[in-house]
Design a protein around this ligand. Structure first.
Ligand code: THU
Length: 160
């Protein structure tokens, strides 16, 4: 038996203002998208914005359903829309922000497991990493250089 250690280097910014201007602009788009969230059940609003290599910005927000599992997270709403509207166009950056109508979300909100798997599919497909920034309502922002830093041991099409 031998042990393997899995680790990742993430960057933590104290505030949105520390981010590169292009990422701040993207975060502002994600915050706008967050306000378009349809989340009457959880009252938890999530916004995502993608910057594509062709300069297009695609946004999404979580869309809930009375039959809870039928709803979709902001990240997948955005990434599936990008895949549908701009097939084959690489995704450079994904930013995420979340706020709750019930409490202050001060801790940066990472993508859920299902969204990580969906993001991984696009990263594997484009053969280039997607930079991911995530934030709560305001405040600290965490940056991952690739989905593999958030989802080690990715299951992808190489196993099929
Ligand atoms: N949610 C997202 O939109 N993205 C995530 O990565 C985590 C969770 C949404 C799903 C649901 O509408 C609400 O947040 C509460 O889970």
């Amino acid at each position: 038996m031998k042990k393997i250690t899995i680790s990742a280097d993430l960057e933590v910014y104290d505030a949105e203002a520390e981010l590169p201007q292009e990422v701040q602009d993207l975060m502002n788009k994600a915050m706008e998208a967050r306000e378009k969230s349809y989340s009457p059940y959880s009252k938890f609003r999530v916004g995502a914005a993608l910057l594509l290599e062709n300069g297009e910005i695609v946004t999404g927000s979580n869309q809930e359903n009375a039959s809870y599992p039928a709803g979709l997270c902001a990240e997948r709403t955005a990434i599936f829309y990008a895949g549908a509207k701009y097939p084959g166009v690489k995704i450079d950056t994904l930013v995420i922000t979340a706020r709750s109508e019930n409490h202050k979300v001060e801790i940066p909100t990472p993508p859920c497991g299902s969204c990580r798997q969906a993001i991984a599919e696009y990263e594997v497909r484009q053969k280039e990493p997607i930079e991911i920034y995530f934030m709560g309502e305001k405040g600290k922002v965490v940056k991952a250089n690739s989905i593999s830093d958030l989802l080690p041991l990715i299951f992808d099409n190489s196993y099929l």
